[in-house]
Design a protein. Structure first.
Lengths: 878, 111
């Protein structure tokens, strides 16, 4: 019986409220009459038409209200206006607040983008979440060595055995000379890759066919930049490049733009892996970075659990053959040899094996820097909170008047929040300017390529608006509630100044917090700096000054020895050794060895190998502590003699015995006699402990190490070049100084140190800005007190001391709080280093002193100004 | 005499208000007009016309009692004001004069 409800709702929506009653009444009455006359169906239809007949302006137009309410926007306009006037009224405070917030927001932006790029590593392949890198970990002498690369046969073997593996591909980084006509360069970032590598990683081709480019032997796919370097404007497709000293011809079959920046590998050219004839792919060595693509449904953990059966099938026989051990002995490999899967997208932040393709990031630093970004923003917010509450008295009358006029508490809260959000938005605009200025330095320090346009994308702007908005709320929430809680009568009577103790403790707490953070950062900066200095100046056990490595004398072919002898004629050359192996260099061999003792064989260990000649120890100043160096007097030295380092003696279990004359056996069942022990020298970064090393004769050609003694290095190098050219080499001379190479080891620590110093500086600036403004305000309030004190005979130093004392106490408390926290964190940070400094008391003292003197400087300016003021002036004003 | 602002529909509605007085409101007027003319007339059109008439001062209105079939809503009752009555008489006089001048033969032809 009731009329259509939807029609009624429609009418209620468009019809002006004051007409609804009569209109709806009319409609219903007529409906009722129609039902009696024509029945319900027709009445309903007519009802709709009747409702639509009311769609006329005279029924839709709302009646103007007799007393108009202000629109919500009117109030906001008023808030913004008052906020703006307030900001302009206290220009100094506004500037300090805004500068602090702008610095905070700018560093927040920079760190956010740093974290963002770190987290987005290797996500560019379309199938990224299904790609895994095969790693192998080898357990031995209580230690597990993890290698991010495996042997040639592993990937293909896994794919053949397990159907959930869709594809396997290999990547083998190399560096070699490349020549086209007269252009010859040494390329450091080349790679042999399987034909499916580029398509698996979704690296787009600008020319050539991605599916077939790397199938044929002697094919090469190059990047656009690489193509320009060799071919200029020519079309490279189909042209041949000469690779290596043998000048093997490789045909260009494709061009890629480049490997994305956020990749864990970067190669300028990919050579087809089919060019290297791997007759019999083995399982027990390493070298090939191997990636698997799994099915969507495959579980990597389950797959990993099935790998030991492959170890038993393929690795065990090889170990038995190579090491010449019994089957039972070889069976142990099933336990010690473990293949595992590393998700592609985790490689950059979570994998930290010693043999990564490129230096990786660390999830720890992502956390640390995220925390730093938030802290710095927080410090800036605290400045605002502190200054706003300190100024509360000035605003209390306004709050009183507003309340009398009918403002409720929420409206006043809203007003003050509008004010703080307005300020943070202004600060955000400044922050954009700061970021624009600082981005080049930041890119340099953080080793990133971030363009300013990144910050102009709408996602970035939205995210930053949100961040500024939240920062504004955070900074303003306390002052807003504090100011809105004033009682009307008290504020209007001006009796507000009475109780300030509660407010003061909040100020104190916030200052202590700010200075604690600053002090922690100062201590961290000092510790990182000292550790870095320690690593750079640590005695390494060899001589790295004025040592030149020529890594590519293999370009001379069989004239290398003659070249070395020629160099020795030069009076500036102290010593020369034919060897490609240098401390801190990239060349290193390794093998598994075990000691051959009289009774039984000891446990197997991993040892690195340097292939050297008779002059190596003398050239690098490495000391022999037991036995002797290689000697031409003993012909067997060059076949079966070996020098080991102290660490090897220790790990072979020979500590306390005389190792000279004992034997070690390496894979392939070769036996070597120890003729001498050299003092441990840091042949890799000081971050790691010196691990076992064998020095062996032979297979050393290909590079030369020179010890020189000259004040005219440039002249010597020029001379070196002419001599090189005289030998008609196959390519240009490459050289580097050992100490430069050594410095590169600590690039990531240097980066950390620079970032820490920058943030410590920012934190200190923000904290002292806040302290400056707050002290200015507090001291201004005590102007009369100072005047009276002076009239009563107080001295200027006495008054300064009085004013400064409170602040100094707060900073001291901050230092006391900061020290244990800093000690704990830095102690943990240092655990990553094999050779490290101790955190000493003077570091705390020094940073405490720095914090204190900064605080003193900021506060004392205001204090002295107040103390020197003529009391007549301060007392006259009322 | 300004009566050019009285539309034809308005005139009919005004007459209906006068005829149904004192119980004239949208529903009964609309029904009455429907019955008289045979065309369907919506309350919306009538109500709009009444509003215009009220604006011009030809009718006045007040809220009457509520009934059950109106869902307890009150109705707005209209009465013709003095000005409205005079206008109606003017209109009628004009028409009457014109009617009287029509030739009687012509009138016979139309029937």
């Amino acid at each position: 019986m009731t009329p259509p409800r939807l029609a009624d709702r429609l009418l209620n929506w468009f019809c002006a409220p004051h007409l609804r009653e009569e209109v709806l009444g009319d409609l219903h009455e007529r409906y009722a009459r129609r039902i009696e006359r024509v029945g319900e169906t027709k009445a309903r239809r007519r009802y709709w038409l009747d409702v639509l007949a009311y769609v006329r302006p005279e029924f839709i137009r709302r009646r103007p209200l007799e007393f108009t309410n202000p629109r919500p926007t009117d109030m906001i306009r008023n808030y913004v206006k008052i906020a703006w006037r307030n900001l302009m009224l206290n220009k100094a405070f506004t500037a300090i607040n805004m500068m602090g917030l702008a610095i905070g927001l700018a560093s927040f932006m920079l760190i956010a983008v740093f974290v963002y790029t770190e987290l987005r590593y290797d996500n560019y392949p379309s199938d990224a979440s299904n790609i895994y890198r095969v790693q192998v970990s080898v357990a031995g002498n209580g230690d597990v060595a993890v290698y991010p690369n495996v042997d040639a046969g592993v990937g293909e073997g896994i794919q053949r055995t397990f159907p959930e593996v869709k594809a396997a591909t290999r990547f083998l980084p190399v560096s070699d000379y490349i020549q086209y006509k007269n252009n010859q360069f040494k390329e450091l970032h080349l790679a042999f890759a399987d034909s499916n590598f580029l398509s698996l990683f979704s690296i787009p081709f600008s020319k050539g066919n991605a599916a077939t480019a790397l199938i044929a032997p002697n094919s090469i796919v190059i990047s656009t930049e690489f193509a320009r370097k060799y071919f200029g404007d020519e079309d490279p497709i189909g042209k041949t490049l000469a690779v290596g000293t043998q000048r093997a011809a490789f045909t260009v079959t494709g061009i890629i733009d480049k490997v994305p920046d956020n990749s864990h590998f970067h190669a300028d050219a990919f050579l087809s892996l089919s060019s290297r004839h791997i007759a019999n792919p083995t399982w027990s060595n390493i070298g090939f970075f191997t990636y698997l693509a799994l099915n969507d449904k495959a579980d990597p953990k389950k797959l990993e659990a099935k790998f030991p059966q492959l170890v038993a099938k393929y690795v065990v026989p090889e170990v038995q053959r190579d090491m010449g051990v019994s089957l039972a002995e070889a069976q142990k490999s099933v336990e010690t040899f473990r293949f595992s899967l590393q998700p592609l997208t985790d490689i950059h932040l979570y994998s930290n094996t010693k043999y990564e393709l490129e230096p990786n990031g660390d999830i720890k630093y992502v956390y640390i820097f995220s925390a730093l970004a938030l802290f710095i923003l927080l410090l800036a917010c605290i400045n605002f909170t502190n200054l706003s509450t300190a100024q509360a008295a000035k605003r209390s009358r306004e709050v009183g008047i507003r309340k009398v006029m009918g403002s409720i508490k929420n409206q006043i809260v809203f007003q003050f929040l509008t004010e703080s959000v307005l300020l943070t938005f202004l600060a955000m605009v400044c922050a954009y300017g700061l970021v624009f200025l600082l981005l080049p330095y930041f890119n340099q320090v953080a080793n990133k390529q971030i363009s300013f346009s990144f910050f102009l994308s709408y996602q970035a702007i939205l995210a930053l608006l949100l961040a500024s908005f939240l920062a504004g709320i955070l900074a303003g929430i306390y002052p807003a509630f504090f100011l809105s809680s004033f009682s009307i009568i008290k504020t209007l009577k001006g009796a507000f100044f009475g109780k300030g103790s509660q407010k003061k403790s909040l100020h104190s707490g916030l200052i202590v917090f700010q200075f604690s953070i600053s002090t922690i950062l100062l201590i961290a900066t000092i510790v990182v700096y000292k550790q870095l200095q320690y690593m750079q100046t640590k005695k390494l056990g060899y001589d790295k000054d004025q040592v030149i490595a020529l890594p590519d004398t293999r370009l001379l072919g069989d004239k290398q020895l003659a070249f070395k002898d020629q160099l020795l004629q030069n009076s500036h050359v102290v010593a020369a050794s034919l060897s490609r192996y240098t401390p801190g260099g990239t060349m290193m061999d390794g093998t598994q060895i075990y000691p051959k003792n009289e009774t039984s064989n000891g446990t197997e260990i991993h040892a690195n190998i340097f292939h050297v000649d008779y002059d190596y120890l003398r050239t690098l100043g490495i000391q022999v502590v037991q036995g002797r160096n290689f000697s031409r007097d003993f012909p067997t030295d060059s076949i079966s003699g070996v020098l080991i380092n102290e660490s090897a003696v220790h790990e072979l279990g020979w500590k306390g015995t005389n190792p000279i004359g004992k034997s070690v056996v390496r894979s392939g069942n070769h036996e070597y006699k120890v003729i001498g022990v050299v003092r441990d020298f840091n042949y890799v970064s000081v971050k790691q402990k010196v691990s076992p090393l064998m020095l062996m004769m032979g297979r050393n050609a290909g590079g030369i190490v020179l010890k020189i003694k000259t004040t005219d290095v440039a002249g010597f190098l020029a001379d070196l070049k002419t001599q090189w050219e005289a030998f008609n080499p196959n390519g240009p001379l490459e050289y580097h100084f050992l100490d430069d190479q050594f410095a590169n080891f600590y690039a990531s620590e240097q980066q950390t140190q620079r970032l820490f110093s920058a943030f410590a500086l920012l934190a200190v600036i923000i904290a002292s800005l806040g302290l400056f403004a707050l002290s200015a305000f507090v001291i201004e309030q005590r102007t009369k007190e100072v005047g009276i004190r002076k009239v009563m005979g107080a001295s200027v130093p006495g008054i300064v001391q009085l004013l400064v004392k409170d602040f100094v106490r707060l900073v001291l408390i901050a230092v006391v709080i900061a020290s244990p926290i800093a000690w704990y964190t830095m102690h943990h940070w240092l655990q990553d280093f094999a050779y490290r400094i101790d955190v000493e008391w003077w570091m705390f003292a020094l940073s405490g002193l720095m914090a204190l003197s900064i605080a003193l400087l900021t506060v004392s300016y205001q204090s002295i100004k107040a103390a020197l003021m003529n009391p007549v002036k301060s007392l006259r004003s009322e | 005499m300004r009566r050019s602002d009285l539309g034809e529909f308005e005139e009919v509605v005004l007459l209906a208000v006068a005829a149904l007085s004192p119980k004239a409101y949208s529903v009964v007027i609309a029904e009455e007009l429907e019955r008289e003319t045979g065309n369907s007339v919506s309350t919306g059109a009538v109500h709009a016309a009444l509003q215009r008439l009220e604006q011009k001062g030809y009718v006045s209105s007040f809220l009457g009692e509520a009934t059950a079939e109106r869902g307890g809503r009150r109705k707005r009752l209209f009465t013709v004001s003095a000005l409205g009555g005079r206008i109606l008489q003017d209109v009628r006089a004009v028409r009457n004069r014109l009617w009287e001048r029509i030739d009687s033969h012509l009138l016979l032809d139309w029937q």
